[in-house]
Design a binder for this molecule. Structure first.
Ligand SMILES: NC(=O)c1ccc[n+]([C@@H]2O[C@H](COP(=O)([O-])OP(=O)(O)OC[C@H]3O[C@@H](n4cnc5c(N)ncnc54)[C@H](O)[C@@H]3O)[C@@H](O)[C@H]2O)c1
Ligand SMILES: [Zn+2]
Length: 363
């Protein structure tokens, strides 16, 4: 639904607003907090590129306390949470306070967790500023931080009071981050919407004029899945497509690489491998596998996987919190736009899929 050019999507316990005029709605949302304390969590990039518009559009935020952390997944940790909890306590934040998370998925995931736990929970609002956080982290109420080298191990489900998406924030995002988010859009299309896949594949939605359509389509797909299964007992597992292998590659890269893969870059590799598995084990045709592989391979830089690290990747997959009974569970495609969850896959086939990806560079 769009009123005054603002798209409004109702989630389980909250609402998402999207559009160029979105800050007019935010002003309404801020009214109950104006007599209390408002905090804005940023990193150095959103401080530079995103805070100015936010403050310009919302007078109520002129007295807000700004909490700045260093950007990057390596800072999505308890140590940083500790510092932010401490800052909130030093500034005497109380139950009437509001935390606004202005940034990518690192800021919204960690800020959501901090707000959900500080004094047993204070209100928070998310203003996602990367493509990934606008189309994916914006929906579903997952908050959390990385722990002991594993992604998102500690966290809670809790929805923000509202999510405000201003697509123009993407103007300052660098290309690598844009593509990282685009991987999640490809995933949404592959698991649920063949028409969306065709549009993404043909480049129709890559132009800035079409960002709003892209973000809205992805949000609707994810939101419909989450509404059916908020706690990931069943259908929500569809969203893990590309993530069983992708998360392992991402976790490994985070610890070992000087310039680690971005989330979406790892998921892109995971989607190629898991499409290969889908072709071997499910009904995905060889021609669909080729289409998916060619499309993803043409968008993302090749990242050689060292076969001496495969055993570590398998261990990481086994440790993934989404597994049950220590089996490695996958979401597999039966065709473009359709997927099934809870598919058990042998280690042999997983290794084959990693080799399939590695061999692409030599074709
Ligand atoms: N909660 C969920 O459902 C969910 C879903 C998907 C991903 N995630 C999490 O999201 C995180 C990744 O999010 P991300 O890709 O947004 O990464 P990120 O938060 O690290 O942001 C990427 C980079 O872009 C910069 N940036 C942010 N907005 C900008 C802007 N408008 N202009 C210029 N630079 C900007 C940031 O400072 C950072 O350097 C991961 O930790 C992942 O686990 C969560
Ligand atoms: Zn993801």
């Amino acid at each position: 639904m769009a009123v005054n050019n603002i798209v409004n999507v109702k989630t389980k316990a909250s609402e998402i607003f999207l559009g160029d005029n979105v800050f007019s709605v935010l002003s309404e949302y801020l009214r109950p907090y104006e007599s209390g304390k408002i905090f804005i969590l940023v990193d150095e990039n959103t401080l530079e590129h995103c805070i100015p518009t936010l403050l310009l559009e919302n007078k109520a935020l002129h007295n807000a306390e700004i909490i700045e952390i260093d950007s990057g997944e390596e800072n999505k940790t308890f140590d940083i949470c500790y510092q932010i909890w401490k800052t909130l306590a030093d500034y005497k934040a109380d139950r009437t306070s509001l935390l606004i998370n202005l940034g990518g998925g690192v800021i919204t995931d960690m800020g959501g967790f901090i707000a959900s736990t500080y004094k047993r929970g204070i209100d928070f609002i998310n203003i996602p500023t990367t493509l990934l956080s606008q189309i994916d982290a914006s929906v579903g109420g997952k908050t959390g931080v990385d722990f002991d080298g594993l992604k998102n191990v500690v966290g809670v489900f809790n929805e923000p009071k509202g999510v405000f998406i201003y697509p123009n924030y993407l103007q300052t995002l660098d290309k690598r981050e844009m593509l990282s988010g685009f991987a999640e859009a490809l995933k949404h299309a592959l698991i649920k919407d063949a028409d969306y896949w065709s549009k993404l594949d043909s480049g129709t939605l890559s132009d800035a004029n079409n960002w709003e359509e892209l973000i809205t389509t992805s949000i609707h797909i994810k939101n419909n899945i989450v509404l059916n299964d908020p706690l990931e007992k069943g259908e929500r597992k569809l969203l893990n497509f590309g993530h069983t292998i992708g998360h392992a590659i991402e976790s490994y890269s985070l610890v070992h690489d000087q310039n680690p893969l971005r989330h979406g870059e790892a998921i892109a590799i995971g989607m190629i491998c898991e499409s290969y598995i889908s072709n071997s084990k499910s009904e995905l045709t060889a021609s669909d596998l080729k289409t998916i592989t060619d499309t993803i391979f043409s968008i993302y830089n090749f990242h050689q996987l060292d076969d001496s690290t495969y055993h570590e990747l398998i261990e990481l997959m086994k440790n993934d919190k989404k597994n049950e009974n220590s089996e490695i569970n996958f979401t597999l495609l039966s065709e473009i736009g359709k997927a099934d969850f809870n598919q058990e896959v042998d280690v042999e086939l997983i290794l084959e899929s990693l080799n399939y990806y590695n061999a692409l560079n030599r074709d």
